[in-house]
Design a protein around this ligand. Structure first.
Ligand code: AMP
Length: 207
């Protein structure tokens, strides 16, 4: 099974992605994670990506599509994968359709007014886990691996505003795009714990 995980920044894509990947045995491919690793490693791609990410804008399509196309040609995705953060506009969706077959586009729907608080309260770990500050009881370490948590550089109010605008203008049209193709499944991520949202996902995708 090949899945696209769609949702605004702060919808909980990352949190659900690790649960989905574990349950369905899918390779988790996050373009945001790929860019952050490149920035950390000081690669040419990282150098291009940083200014866009800092401004809350999309990294150019030609760079992003090439990365995903190459990643999907690797052996470890053959049993199924989940794209998290790609595609992010209609051009990327059209490009993707040329080199991949997607079974389901899973849309995590969260009301706009919850997103800002969720992102600005987010604390992440380099192992991939993420938390909200309100559930940490003053702790700043990852419950899964014990490493220190940090705030993503683009999780500040100004960049988040820009990211939400980018989402609304460029990414939200993908909901209609995949609906028309009969591939859209929507779950409500605004209420309930991450486990409750995951239970909806399992109902939608099947056991
Ligand atoms: P994310 O971790 O998915 O929130 O992505 C962080 C940032 O990486 C985004 O705000 C974009 O600047 C960039 N990015 C991630 N995925 C894409 C994509 N598919 N196309 C263009 N830019 C992307």
């Amino acid at each position: 099974m090949n899945i696209i995980l769609l949702g605004a920044p702060g919808a909980g894509k990352g949190t659900q992605a690790s649960k989905i990947a574990a349950k369905y045995g899918l390779m988790h491919i996050s373009t945001g994670d790929i860019f952050r690793a490149n920035i950390k490693g000081g690669t040419p791609i990282g150098k291009i990506a940083k200014s866009y990410i800092d401004a809350g804008k999309l990294v150019p399509d030609e760079v992003t599509c090439e990365i995903v196309k190459n990643r999907l040609s690797e052996e470890d995705v053959k049993k199924g994968y989940m794209l998290d953060g790609f595609p992010r506009n209609l051009f990327q969706a059209e490009e993707l359709s040329k080199f991949a077959t997607i079974d389901v586009c899973l849309n995590i729907d969260v009301p706009r007014d919850l997103l800002m608080d969720r992102i600005c309260g987010r604390r992440v770990c380099s192992c991939g886990e993420s938390y909200h500050v309100s559930t940490l009881n003053g702790s700043n370490v990852c419950a899964k691996c014990g490493r220190e948590l940090y705030i993503r550089e683009d999780d500040n109010p100004a960049t988040v505003e820009a990211r939400l605008k980018t989402y609304e203008e460029q990414t939200a049209p993908l909901i209609g795009y995949y609906k028309k193709k009969g591939k859209l499944v929507t779950v409500h991520g605004g209420k309930g714990s991450p486990d409750e949202v995951f239970a909806q996902i399992v109902l939608a995708l099947g056991e």
